[in-house]
Design a protein around this ligand. Sequence first.
Ligand code: NDP
Length: 290
Amino acid sequence: MSMSVAFIGLGAMGYRMAAHLPKAFQSVWVWNRSFEKAEQHAKTYGTQAVSIEQATQADIIFSCLPTSRQVEDIIQAHPPKAGAIWVDCTSGEPESAKHMVEFLKTYQADFLDAPVSGQTIGAEKGTLTVMIGGDQAAFERAYPAIETFGGLIKHVGDSGAGFAVKAVNNMLLAVHLWAAAEGFTTLKANGVDLNSALECINASSGKSGVTETALPQRILNRSFPLTFALPLLAKDTGIALNLAQHAKLPTPLLSLTQNLIQAANLTAAPDSDFSAAVKLYEDWTKITIK
Ligand code: NDP
């Protein structure tokens, strides 16, 4: 396609997501704060490493940064051209999406909140779940670009709805993670072999994404590979809880989980994967989940 497409933020997710864009677009511009990553990306995938001034003038601009704060800073410093669509794949804040929509209206550009799920492996394979909030027509125009790295691509509502779905998804991940830590520690304390228990549970009603992937691939084998940083999970549980509080809902379980994840994040070693949150529980119980 002749449109220009840019990707801003070549981190664990963005680097892999942007690698799919050349399948459908001739002009793919990439920018990263540590610029050598953009240069490496260009060499590896045939994209073009460009300045932030150029990247923000593409027809479709993707961003995937740690929080909405960094996205807002870039958009405000370098607003896109009229007719452009900014597709933000950060796991961001719904309120920020609404602000960015209003801000970009003054430049006749659109903003879609389009966070993703599926971890780095999904980014690599181009099978990410993309949950999108914002203008339906902008969604349809951006679809061919999103499709390059997306599996399930779903418009979930007005601006902010995508960020809200992502935050609640990750809150559920945190709930399952902590519950699995308590459950498997209980089994170990009662003399049960954890690998046998895992096999049974994954064929039973108590299974979850955590028991199916995080437990066998990260926790039981003690590898805790850093692909999704614990501070990012703590940020997401905070966004979810803010949404619940904004709606004046009682959320005892979500509040407790957010506190636990915050505590785990405060006490974790630097550069900890999200799965390392279970180490806080291991410290309390002096039982290792392995
Ligand atoms: P990383 O920490 O790996 O990458 C962060 C990226 O943001 C890097 O490119 C970094 O640049 C850039 N960056 C950080 N601060 C700034 C700044 N002030 N100005 C400009 N660029 C900045 O994060 P992930 O890729 O893991 O996560 C990105 C988003 O995707 C997050 O919102 C996360 O919650 C979400 N997410 C992550 C998943 C995962 O499995 N990792 C899964 C699904 C969603 P530099 O290289 O210079 O540091």
